[in-house]
Design a protein around this ligand. Sequence first.
Ligand SMILES: CC(C)(COP(=O)(O)OP(=O)(O)OC[C@H]1O[C@@H](n2cnc3c(N)ncnc32)[C@H](O)[C@@H]1OP(=O)(O)O)[C@@H](O)C(=O)NCCC(=O)NCCS
Length: 162
Amino acid sequence: MTVVRALGPNWAEPLARAEALAFDRPWGPGAYAEELARPFARALGAFDGTRLAGAVCLWVLTPDAEILRIFTVPAARRRGIGRTLLAAARAEARRAGCRRVLLEVGAQNAPALACYRAAGFVQVGLRRGYYAGGADDAVQMALDLVGAAGEGGPRRGPPGVL
Ligand SMILES: CC(C)(COP(=O)(O)OP(=O)(O)OC[C@H]1O[C@@H](n2cnc3c(N)ncnc32)[C@H](O)[C@@H]1OP(=O)(O)O)[C@@H](O)C(=O)NCCC(=O)NCCS
């Protein structure tokens, strides 16, 4: 079973180690340490037992939250961890009173695009030639937390209650 937990600054090194498996250009421990020290940054880790199988980093700057980084280690992909992390990020954003979750993704990153679309994100813009020295476009996506009926509606109840 996958469990999602908030990760504090002491997780910078394990996060960087796991991320290095998932990205060609990982952030590295220094960048994670800097990131995790920001008051508006959140990092959520997905654990298979004690193993860190994936993580999402976001900024919560109400009224918007922004996902900066999300990954699942290659050995654990297509088991719903990305979906679980996106749901946890969305819940974190809603708890903070955010109205939208934003992100950018390379237009050629088919798995990530599919994962975001499956979670309800829609394209809201395109930055041509933004990545890979101009070779890839950035697709700007958003998930509306207040517009949709049902689970996308405004936060009700006290903080911590989804
Ligand atoms: C994108 C990423 C986080 C997805 O993680 P994951 O744990 O494998 O995703 P999930 O298993 O939760 O998949 C959820 C849904 O996304 C879609 N999806 C995920 N990977 C896919 C793939 N390779 N091809 C097609 N659809 C895919 C599917 O709709 C999937 O649902 P399904 O398995 O029921 O069909 C993972 O591929 C990854 O770490 N990639 C490298 C890092 C990266 O590119 N991060 C994003 C940067 S913007």
